[in-house]
Design a protein around this ligand. Sequence first.
Ligand code: ZN
Length: 449
Amino acid sequence: MKAEHSALMKEMNSEITRYLDELQAISQLSHDDLQERALTYIKKQLAHATRSSPFYQQKYNDGDMTDHIHDLKDMESIPYTTKNDLKEQYPYGFLAVPMSEVVRYGESTGTTGKHTSSFMTKQDWEENIARVTDALLHYYSRDDVVFIMIPYELAFASFDLEKAYWNIGATVVSVGAKNSICPMDRVAEMLMNLKPSSIVCSPTRAIRVYDLLKQKNYEPGDVNLKRIFYIGETCSNAKLEKLKQMWGVELVSVYGSSETNSLSLPCEHGQQHLAEDRFYFELIDSETGDVAPDREAGELVVTALTHQAFPLIRYRTGDLVKIQGTRCSCGSPFRTIRHLGRVYDRICVNNRYIQRLDLEECVLSVSGTGCNFIHYNKDSDLIIAVEIAQDYESVEVLRNVQEAVHRQFDIQVIVRMLDKERVYKVMDESLKPGSIDWNKIFTEENNIH
Ligand SMILES: [Zn+2]
């Protein structure tokens, strides 16, 4: 594999190989040297933001923030940038280069409120593509056929992946998500005809596609899928394990956002390494805004180190992560994380908050549950509707779920069998089937079970 890597790298364009060489050199640095490098780049980025970004010029009152930064601890004195700032500054408030230097523009796909915009120069884009290529080289080769089944419109991730697979020489099939050219039925037919070695989609869509093939009397195993690259949805380990077993595949993932691009990427051991060559990361307590020490879960705050078009200083991602304390056996100095969901992706029951992912882990860990689970409120009750796996006694599984939730969270919930047909009907109409607000659906339809 290593020999194949170097042969492939020779064929890539010189900019990509230059970034890969740079990354290779950074990967040899000690933790202290990495910190030192981060400090140098933070100062440059602060100077760039203050000089060129209308938002940061105003935020810092045209003052030179680099004067405040003598060591990394001083970063705590710099105010946060929030998602709300991005919305208010739409579309050009953050842009720090002339449009003639911008090669890509994207917008968030948020369904409520204002949109957010993001921009990339050629260098911004190629750096990110190089990082993604480097990670994918652990998993893909020119023999792979990959269906990219995520949105292309106004997005970055789909195009970054296209370019990375192109660098590797794999065959890409640009399927997209929820569009009139490739509706679900056609996707199912194409999977059976082309038999890709890998698909790129959210875990929920991968589960849905499996069931769709079954419904059509196909044998999903005949696709001979090797790998699912999941993206765009955080889900519990229990759900990921079910997905893995269901398809009999290896799972690979990256984590990022349209504002930041890739924030963590997988190594050959499947661990998510923070992209500490391109960002400075902090963990904070999302309630108080105070910096939380490493090794504890907290909201991830990122400062871009090299972004030209769209500098971001202490941006609150709204994502909960846990930074692992031990160094990965792959040897990378970049720390590894576990993603714990969105900070405000939580459910209020009896005046208490439960993280949705914790509830999902609890429910789907009960023996006999299937892959699908939704929750919604009816009056003051929390209703959990869960799929029952084949050959299991539904009454017993539902009771076990109720007991498990009570045991873990000390709350009483109503547990029901999932109306899978109905849920799939809604999912098939959704761009993000894993992020559907079922409360809203059930309230709007006025048709609560
Ligand atoms: Zn690793």
